[in-house]
Design a binder for this molecule. Sequence first.
Ligand code: FE2
Length: 332
Amino acid sequence: MFDFDYLIKKLTDACFASYPFKHIYIEDFFSSEHFEQLLASEEIASPKANSDDELIDGLYAKGYKVIDFPGCVTDRRKYVAWHSEGRNEPFHSACEGFGMVLRLYSIQSPILVAINEFIASERFNRAIAEKFDIDFEQCITDGGIQKYLDGYEISPHPDIRRKAATFMININPSPLSESLNHHTHYLRLTKKREYVKSFWEGNVDIDRAWVPWDWAETVHQQKKNNSIVLFSPSNETFHGVKADYEHLKTQRTQLYGNVWYKKGHTTSKLEWEDMDLLSRKTTSYSSQPTNPIRSMIASTIPSSVKTFIKRAYRKTDVDADKGMDLGERKTR
Ligand SMILES: [Fe+2]
């Protein structure tokens, strides 16, 4: 009944963009006929709601369920209380807020049934893998239709190493969606924080982490409805979301999916606090005369970047030589 194979052709034919990192961006991804039908479906439209509880009940009635998702809570009462009481507690130390994400599980509209099957299909996900030179036989996939409530925040991060590829398609029901503040940012590290990328490059067994917003700068926001972004996570694929909008009338809505390596190869992860070479703040190791984690990070940084950091560090009025432990670069 619905043929979406033209989407595979668009993906296969697309050129890569290289800034701020290698990715694919396509506008008008679905045909206008398909996109209109998609937006007209009952499950994409906002439920009538005058409160957070009515909104969540309305989304449940449409077939959505709260899911465990990065930057989000799954406890409905905790979310509603936080949202009504001044949003005073973050979920993650690099963020100011948290959100709740719901995925559509019970689908009635024929076009959404077909789209949901298509984005889960081997032929679509294999096409993504081939486009990014990923061995699809080593991968599994997941995806779906999701709504993200107000407060949803995931600070800049490149994605963990086990994620092989990811895609996001904006399917927002409001004709005003492009003017709302809930869109994905695509970013690059600031000059002072480029050492983080060097550190991850030199330590492939350590997983990548979220960093504070001021460690990166936004290059582009994916605001266009019916646009898709795809990329294969690397040490520079920084993206983030900080949703601040009135969600009772309309909700940030996406078709979202990932290709995952079946096996991960990391042995540990360092959070941003332990990678913060420019801060006076204490970490679990900072009371030691020589901070072993900072020394390890510093040992992976190219000398040109070290010189830059030392200058920036002096500007922050901290003793550069004492605080930074800038050793020699590790070769691996
Ligand atoms: Fe991500």
